[in-house]
Design a protein around this ligand. Structure first.
Ligand code: GLU
Length: 907
């Protein structure tokens, strides 16, 4: 203590005494124990004493101040024993619990009221004492524990890690521990390692992905631990801390200010009251030169010591007025209790120090229970974030299960939105059309930063950023995975891992919201809804062949038919020669002909069989029983063959338009020919893996067992496989992506409906303060129709969209017309046949010309000219024998018949 300070204190005491020369002043000796000289607590104590002395003419408090080593109980005991010999009315201190046991023991044995100002859960009557003489102005441990539990409940913490320093902390946290039920998410409880380096423990907490931490340690250690937490990246905006020390708010968080973790704590002393401001102003006068004490920095124990002196002095005065108190010297070696102790203690417990009294308590009204504990008090909930301390609620011991929040959720959100303009979000994504694609540079211009990408996700984040007024940096996740959990390594990959590693603030692409992912990260409300469905390729129409009319019958059948045709013609020829019925009278008018003739030469046989095969019939028919039998059988054969051909031809034509052979997931599950798979490590695969539905389980088993693997790294690769696998591979894909592909590739089709229903959301680390704001922006975009416009743009307009809209439905049953490609062969056959007929006609003509030339002794050339001239004379209807033109037309029919080159028998 400096000389100046001592003079100041002595002066103020003397001034009070000299003002009351005629009064007998009762000297009340009080002991005080401090750990070091002229501490803040001592200043407060002395000022409380002086203040009392100044305002009370009949009493003078005479402090016996001693400094005790913080951890030396023996020495402390000796000092207290010395002190009690001077006749103390009360003992104040020590200031910490470390040396309290011996002090409390002596005080209780000698029945001297002792005032404590620190956490003490062991406050109880000693065996020798009938009434407890120890008073603790620190909040009752049970009630304080309840306040912490209520805070936790109100903050809706479900999963958290408790970090504590000493076993005392567990007592403080017992109500929190009791909150936890067996079916709740496990809570980790970790003890700080002895020493000052806690990085290993903090790294373990970091690895556990725990984001909510309750830190129970001495106020003096908090900053050191938080600095170490900052070193291991445990102090960013996604982390929340509850500090249990009632002095946490007095700490200087400048050193960890750069971090944005939410730190909540409780305080008993409200530095904003005029009482504490006045008190601090007074204390400062006796404080060290150059030092500056601020109300926000007043430790709880300091304020409580000030209150304790006021409480004691007020109650002492009241009691002494009715029955005089006399404190006699006592001795530790002859432990006779004081005469006044029990009386004073009982009176203290009945008393109340509140704001109406002269000695206004800084820590609120003081009411003590029968064990000397403080049973009524208010606590303030404060947040230590940003630029300082902010009060967010209050807790009152009368309603211990409630917290009255003064800073509402809406106000908090508003504040977050206001702060967003300073935030640069790191948005991570993966390549996949149409969500994120490389922007194709035009005219050799290179893009940089966010401009390198385009797609639905880019437009979506730009829209959200516009609403919330923030900036962002878009980057791709190195492994290009969505995010799947590996139970063997306990690790996530892809976008989810990136978020967990705090390498990004948001993850945005076609990222499906799943239960498993939701446990690791937070999602906004979905910006698109979809379901799993099947991508398959449409039946490919083979290019029509020229002779496709041949296809209904196999080549063998055509060959057999040709053979049968020839065979039957020969059989008819032979049987006709054998059958008497086919030998006919050439002149039916001559009843007794000398000879019979048979019209069934091989030409006529071939004509008969051909006519019936073509279902045309023939103008000459057999008359013999056997020939009729053969012809009948041939007709039967022709009938069946014709009908079969017609039926098969129709089937062949319709078969090309037939739908897929699978119509839903059940169809896929039932067969093994068509393989099916999904994106590796995607939500679709997880859906089948985790499904309880037997069909999907079976499908998952099939998929897993398939060799080669049916899984693809990306949707793009899956689509490619569907297209190249000739309908032997179906890809289980999300409907939105299928829709996109079907807009551009008309060979693809969707089979069946949705197998489930889910959504894509923007992912962010759990506890992200921005979730509500971003969800709100997504909702706004949806209500403004912007999400719909974005979908239209990227699905149907950009990059070749809308190409297959007209054909996108799988049940496209419009009748397909036959083109020339389908029936071209029939024309070819017709043309070919006609050409052959012309050749035969030419041969017959030349043969006839030759005959005429020989018969009429003319040159071939003249005969050709004559015959051609006659043939081209379309008016001539009759022709003479040997080519002479009958100009008079008087040649009889009979003659004409006889001489004409073609006989009717030939037909
Ligand atoms: N959208 C899926 C996911 O987020 C990936 C694609 C899929 O699994 O079909 O995992």
């Amino acid at each position: 203590m400096t000389l100046l300070h001592r003079l100041y204190l002595i002066f103020s005491t003397v001034a009070v005494i000299s003002n009351n020369p005629v009064h007998t002043i009762k000297i009340v000796k009080i002991g005080a124990l401090f750990d070091n000289e002229y501490s803040e607590a001592e200043i407060a104590f002395r000022f409380a004493v002086n203040r009392f002395n100044m305002f009370n003419k009949d009493y003078t408090l005479k402090p016996e101040v001693r400094y005790v080593p913080e951890t030396d109980g023996f020495k402390t005991g000796q000092i207290v024993c010395e002190m009690v010999e001077s006749g103390l009315s009360a003992i104040f201190g020590p200031v910490s619990s470390k040396t309290n046991d011996i002090v409390q023991s002596i005080a209780e044995t000698l029945e001297i009221p002792q005032f404590q100002t620190f956490w003490n859960h062991k406050l109880q009557k000693s065996a020798t004492s009938t009434e407890s003489t120890a008073f603790n102005l620190f909040p009752d441990p049970k009630l304080y524990s309840m306040a912490l539990a209520t805070l936790l409940k109100e903050m809706r913490w479900k999963s958290y890690t408790i970090v504590y320093e000493s076993d005392e902390g567990l007592v403080r946290l017992q109500d929190i521990l009791k909150l936890h039920r067996s079916d709740d998410v496990p809570v980790r409880v970790r003890k700080l390692t002895p020493g000052n380096d806690h990085r290993t423990l903090l790294k373990e907490i970091k690895a556990s992905s725990e984001l909510q931490i309750i830190l129970d340690c001495e106020a003096g250690h908090i900053l050191d631990i938080l600095q170490q937490a900052q070193e291991v990246n445990l102090m960013d905006e996604y982390y929340s801390y509850i500090l249990t020390s009632l002095d946490a708010h007095t700490l200087d968080f400048h050193s960890v200010r750069t971090t944005q973790a939410n730190i909540t704590t409780l305080r008993l002393i409200d530095p904003n009251t005029k009482y504490i401001r006045n008190a601090v102003r007074d204390w400062e006068q006796g404080y060290k030169r150059g030092s500056h004490l601020r109300p926000e920095k007043v430790l709880t124990r300091t304020a409580l010591l000030y209150d304790a002196v006021n409480f004691f002095s007020t109650v002492y005065k009241e009691l002494d007025a009715t029955e005089s108190i006399h404190a006699s010297p006592l001795s530790c070696s002859n432990p006779l209790p004081s005469q006044h102790g029990i009386r004073l203690s009982s009176y203290l417990k009945l008393s109340l120090l509140h704001n109406g009294t002269l000695a206004i308590p800084l820590s609120g009204p003081i009411v003590l229970d029968s064990s000397g504990r403080r049973k009524s008090f208010d606590l303030q909930i404060v947040e230590l974030s940003g630029d300082g301390v902010r009060k967010t609620g209050t807790w009152n011991s009368d309603r211990p299960h409630l917290i009255n929040f003064t800073f509402t959720q809406q106000e908090r959100q508003l504040e977050i939105v206001q702060q967003l303009s300073q935030k640069v979000f790191r948005v991570t994504s993966r390549l996949g059309a149409p969500y994120v694609m490389w922007r194709q540079p035009k005219t050799g211009k290179r893009f940089h930063g966010n401009d390198r990408f385009e797609g639905h996700s880019m437009d979506l984040i730009a829209g959200i950023a516009e609403i919330l007024n923030f900036t962002y940096k878009f980057e791709l996740v190195p492994d290009n995975n969505y995010g799947s959990y590996n139970p063997k390594t306990n690790e996530w990959n892809g976008l989810i891992r990136h978020l967990l590693d705090r390498k990004a603030d948001l993850a945005l692409c076609d990222l499906t919201i799943t239960y498993e992912r939701r446990r690791a990260v937070d999602f906004t409300m979905p910006f698109m809804t979809l379901g799993i469905t099947i991508l398959y390729s449409k039946a490919v129409k083979p290019p029509p062949e020229l002779f496709s009319f041949m296809q209904p019958l196999s080549f063998d059948i055509w060959l057999y038919m040709a053979t049968a045709y020839l065979g039957i013609s020969i059989i008819i020829f032979v049987t006709a020669r054998l059958a008497p019925g086919d030998w006919e009278n050439p002149h039916p008018c001559n009843e007794n002909p000398e000879e019979l003739e048979n019209i069934w030469d091989i030409k006529n046989c071939l004509w008969l069989t051909l006519g019936s095969l073509m279902a045309q019939g023939c103008d000459i028919l057999p008359k013999g029983i056997s020939t009729r039998m053969v012809a009948g059988m041939w007709w039967f054969f022709s009938l069946i063959m014709c009908a079969s051909y017609t039926a098969n031809l129709a089937a062949f034509l319709t078969m090309e338009r037939m739908g897929p052979t699978i119509e839903n997931a059940e169809d896929l599950a039932k067969q093994t020919k068509i393989k099916y798979g999904s994106v590796l490590g995607g939500a679709t695969g997880s859906f089948f893996r985790d499904s309880n539905f037997s069909t999907y389980q079976r499908m998952w088993t099939q998929m897993e067992a398939s060799e080669p693997s049916v899984f693809e790294k990306t949707n793009k690769e899956g689509v490619k496989r569907v297209k190249t696998s000739k309908r032997l591979y179906a890809f289980l894909m999300e409907s939105s992506s299928i829709e996109y592909e079907m807009e551009r590739d008309c060979e693809l089709m969707q089979v069946g409906g949705w197998l489930d229903s889910k959504g894509y959301g923007i992912a962010m680390p759990v506890n992200s303060p921005y979730r509500t704001a971003i969800s709100g922006a997504v909702l706004k975009m949806q209500e403004d129709g912007k999400l719909h416009k974005l979908k239209e743009k990227w699905w149907r307009k950009m990059h070749g969209g809308g190409k297959c809209s007209a054909l996108k439905h799988t049940g496209d049953d419009s009748a397909a017309e036959l083109s020339i490609d389908n029936v071209g062969g029939v024309f070819v056959v017709l043309g070919g046949g006609i050409a052959i007929a012309f050749l035969i006609a030419a041969a017959e003509f030349m043969w006839n010309v030759r005959k005429i030339a020989v018969n009429r002794h003319m040159t071939v050339k003249r005969a050709i000219m004559m015959e051609l001239k006659f043939a081209m004379n379309f008016a001539a209807r009759k022709k003479t024998v040997n080519g002479r033109i009958d100009e008079s037309n008087d040649i009889t029919n009979e003659e004409n018949q006889r001489n004409h080159s073609s006989t009717p028998k030939d037909n």
